[in-house]
Design a protein around this ligand. Structure first.
Ligand code: CO
Length: 253
């Protein structure tokens, strides 16, 4: 069952989502060789609570932290650690918050210092794929149009889309219907309707698409050890098309 939100509810989601965007931008600016992801996690939790919100992931099915910090071949759900980041790493920062009863969820992948051109391309193509998916958000469109556009852009650039994890509806719960695969045929699945709110989140591998789980029960890594990138936005379906809630620019003055 897909829950459509009223304009007032979408405003609350926007409030939570803009906070996510602002905290992720601040954390991204702090990423450099030598900092640990546990330090970034502490900063994230401090900023979220100072804004009167709560981390969405901490305690969710026993997840221990505010951030997911996935490094290099880690695809998603990397647990923050004391191991310092190194020049040439890439780092995906994924965070959700709950504010006034509603959730926002977003992720970015950033380079640590300088990275090779092929890696810059992986990051750029993954972010572009997210934007291509968002462009498919329109009344009467279908959920699978989103994943189709994402897959097309990723594969045209020689990278691969992770199949095992998907985007999701979001609202008064972190995860709601529908599931949003990042691949597939267009024109399938539920029709997009006004008030739906979706977390669209392509995960893209530099090498083969396969993933495996680490023994910590959370971290997904690429099977072939290749690098992986992840970008995510929370988006509302409106009459005028997609409204990206997790952009800092979405704050209402
Ligand atoms: Co998500």
């Amino acid at each position: 069952m897909i829950v459509c939100k009223s304009p007032a509810e979408i405003e609350k989601m926007r409030d939570a989502s803009v906070l996510v965007a602002e905290v992720l931008a601040e954390l991204a600016s702090q990423v450099k060789p030598g900092i640990t992801t546990l330090e970034l996690d502490a900063e994230a939790e401090r900023l979220v609570r100072a804004a009167g919100a709560e981390p969405a992931f901490k305690g969710y099915r026993g997840y221990p932290c505010t951030l997911c910090a996935s490094r290099n071949d880690e695809v998603i759900h990397g647990i923050p650690s004391k191991r310092p980041l190194a020049e040439g790493d890439i780092l995906s920062l994924d965070m959700g918050v709950k504010k006034q009863g509603f959730f926002g969820d977003s992720a970015v992948t950033v380079p640590v210092g300088r990275v090779p051109e092929e890696v810059q391309l992986l990051l750029r193509v993954t972010q572009e794929a997210l934007e291509k998916g968002i462009e498919q958000v329109r009344l009467g469109g279908r959920v699978s149009d989103i994943g189709h556009a994402i897959q097309k852009h990723v594969e045209a650039n020689g990278f691969s889309v992770v199949r095992e994890f998907v985007g999701h509806g979001i609202g008064a719960s972190l995860h709601e219907d529908p599931q949003i695969a990042n691949y597939g045929e267009p024109g399938r699945g539920p029709r997009l309707a006004e008030g739906m709110t979706l977390a669209i989140e392509p995960m893209v591998n530099l090498g083969r698409p396969g993933v495996k789980m680490l023994a910590d029960g959370w971290t997904a890594v690429t099977r072939d050890g290749s690098l992986s990138a992840h970008f995510e936005h929370t988006v509302a379906v409106t009459k005028d098309g997609p409204l990206v809630l997790t952009r800092a620019a979405a704050r209402v003055p």
